[in-house]
Design a protein around this ligand. Structure first.
Ligand SMILES: Cc1ncc(COP(=O)(O)O)c(C=O)c1O
Length: 469
């Protein structure tokens, strides 16, 4: 009998009686002959598989393991909390780690974010943010406001609510008729800026799409606009400038539309500020959503940050009484506090800014050296490289060669784990996220660059041999 561990199809229909039970999560994914490594150990920036192969975790998993693996302080906090209390139900009791984390997190987030609601991950947090905005408008008599606007491309998660705001017609094709999909506006994709427009003109035009959409949908029926301040896997770290965010803030204020920043990937220090919105004093959102780096791979943790004024007003009206079983879990919250301590006590925001500049420079050198790196972009340590057939003149790679998947495979053979996935069927490009942990060192960055240079060289040679470039 074939083994489930192998990604090839484990049985033929005639062999149903021989099916093995269980299997890794990837038994649910599309069949492929690629063998995923069986990871058995992690320490710092490294992971090991069961054959003893060592990998450098160059994207912190899916931009999650922001302080590396097996951090002793976080493990200690986890163990101590586990010995005291692992669960208490937030709807019927309180727990101290919840209160401790809420204080730490909201103090770091600052004015306008005095309240934090904790859930299990990013999609749940996005769902909560949408529900919170809706409940507030419902409770304050603006019941007509229920329409959402988001960007194309974008990614906000996998629950049906988060899928509704995610900008990817591939998901919409399957689920679109089951749920009320958000109205989409084009994202500001710097790499696709028309040649005849300055960055300023392009920023204003992209912001104008929001105003036009609000008017088209109906000024008094739009509830919220949700956007990633730095794009994630769907757009490859697009990083629109302050002007763009100032404009969308102004437009949202004009039309009474809530502005939600999805900082699931870009938050908790990833861009060198605790929240990316700290960069833009005039473009603070109403609600911020966090996850990934908050639990940093040690706990299933997401958060919705909101102003005390809104939360307290809503509490007096209807309340916001929507609970998931694991909301504000004491174990996850204790881990979250330990992760935040690592960020603040070890100067990781400053390290992110410095290492981000260094990494960006080095990626720029790769772009100059090779034909197939079309763009380097992002903020802090949320960076991306865009794979192309040629950067000048710009030519895209054929979609059928699945460039992202091939590149990741080649990188893995060089000992680098890199995150990237095709979104929107690949029509917006082929980006890969280069996003090491926030405590990465120069020496580790040099290893990443060395591995990337080798991988790019091998891929480029392969594309030449096959007549693709
Ligand atoms: C910007 C953004 N929002 C939401 C999510 C969903 O988070 P989760 O996978 O924890 O549900 C992700 C996940 O990649 C993300 O990148």
């Amino acid at each position: 009998m074939m083994s489930i561990k192998n990604n090839s199809k484990p049985y033929q229909d005639s062999q149903l009686t021989q099916i093995e039970f269980g299997g890794a999560q990837d038994v649910f994914y599309s069949w492929s002959n690629d063998q995923r490594p069986m990871i058995v150990k992690g320490e710092g920036i490294y992971l090991w598989d069961e054959q003893g192969n060592k990998y450098l975790d160059a994207s912190s998993g899916p931009v999650t393991c922001n302080i590396g693996h097996s951090n002793p302080n976080v493990l200690r906090a986890m163990q101590q909390q586990a010995q005291e209390l692992t669960f208490s139900f937030a709807s019927s009791s309180r727990n101290l780690p919840n209160i401790d984390l809420a204080k730490k997190l909201t103090e770091l987030a600052g004015e306008g974010f005095e309240r934090a609601l904790f859930v299990s991950g990013g999609s749940e947090a996005v769902d909560m943010a949408i529900k919170f905005c809706r409940q507030y408008r419902y409770a304050t008599g603006e019941k007509k406001r229920n329409k959402l606007i988001s960007c194309l491309p974008s990614y906000h998660g996998m629950t049906l609510g988060a899928l509704a705001v995610s900008g990817d017609p591939v998901f919409a094709e399957v689920f679109g008729e089951m749920i009320s999909m958000a109205h989409k506006i084009p994202a500001m994709m710097s790499y696709h800026r028309p040649d005849n427009q300055s960055e300023e003109e392009y920023s204003l035009q992209c912001a104008k799409y929001l105003e036009e959409k609000i008017i088209e949908v109906g000024e008094d029926s739009v509830l919220a606009f949700i956007i990633e301040p730095v794009g994630g896997s769907s757009s490859g770290a697009i990083a629109p400038p302050e002007l763009y965010f100032n404009e969308i803030r102004r437009i949202c204020d004009n039309y009474g539309v809530f502005l939600i920043y999805d900082e699931v990937m870009s938050g908790t220090g990833r861009t060198g500020e605790f929240l990316t919105s700290h960069l833009w004093p005039d473009a603070r959102p109403d609600i911020t959503v966090l996850a990934k780096g908050l639990g940093a791979g040690y706990a299933h943790l997401g958060a919705m940050l909101a102003p005390a004024a809104l939360v307290d007003e809503l509490s007096e009206l209807t309340g916001f009484n929507y609970a998931h079983t694991y909301n504000a879990s004491p174990l996850s919250c204790a881990v979250g506090s330990a992760v935040l301590n690592e960020i603040t006590q070890n100067g990781l925001l400053e390290n992110t800014r410095n290492m981000g500049l260094y990494l960006r420079d080095k990626l720029g050198e790769l772009q100059n050296k090779f034909t197939i790196i079309g763009d380097v972009r992002g903020r802090g340590l949320l960076l991306a490289i865009e794979l192309v057939a040629s950067h000048s003149p710009r030519k895209y790679l054929p979609l059928d060669i699945e460039a992202i998947e091939r590149f990741k495979k080649l990188a893995q053979l060089e000992g680098l784990l890199i995150y990237g996935r095709r979104s929107n069927g690949g029509i917006y490009g082929e980006p890969l996220l280069i996003a090491p942990p926030l405590n990465v060192t120069i020496e580790e960055l040099d290893l990443i660059i060395e591995g990337l240079a080798k991988t790019i060289g091998i891929f480029e040679a392969e594309l030449r041999t096959n007549g693709i470039i």
